[in-house]
Unconditional design. Structure first.
Length: 162
């Protein structure tokens, strides 16, 4: 199970530094909302639900970032070890970081490479980041976030600055 190896490296090193930031530095990438109104207006359509890490409760993404990949926003696949993986697909996940070089080996989406998606705050394995091998796809990249690794919350209490 490769994600266990990554977790061990992270805990031994104490802190992961890579991608878009360091674990535990959410303060640098987000600000708290002090009310509703103009900030929510820019969310677009369905941004009333946020998804938080099931381990540390940090904001991961919003419902208006859900995208239908291969015609679905929610997927169920079984990995080579026989473990069922149910996940949502999002266009972006500002509270997650992609770790490692993408690989197309065992990818559930043809012509997409995957790498691990971890919570930027605590390092919890959230799912996978998918990147198109060529530029001929509807989505150049997207995130597959495991249903059991995020907690949906009504109402947005935090706004990402990126």
């Amino acid at each position: 199970m490769p994600w266990l190896v990554i977790f061990c490296v992270w805990t031994r090193a104490g802190r992961f530094s890579g991608g878009r930031g360091k674990f535990g530095d959410m303060e640098e990438t987000s600000v708290m909302l002090t009310g509703s109104g103009p900030l929510l207006a820019g969310m677009g359509g369905n941004g009333s639900k946020c998804y938080r890490c099931s381990t540390c409760n940090s904001m991961i993404t919003y419902s208006d970032r859900l995208v239908a990949v291969s015609g679905e926003k929610r997927h169920l696949f079984t990995n080579p070890a026989g473990v069922s993986c149910e996940f949502f697909t999002f266009a972006s996940c500002p509270g997650a970081v992609a770790v490692g070089d993408p690989t197309e080996e065992y990818s559930w989406f043809p012509e997409y490479g995957w790498s691990f998606a971890l919570c930027e705050s605590c390092g919890n394995h959230l799912g996978w980041h998918y990147k198109a091998a060529s530029g001929l796809h509807e989505f150049p990249e997207f995130w597959g976030i495991l249903v059991n690794r995020v907690l949906p919350h009504q109402g947005v209490t935090q706004k990402f600055t990126r």
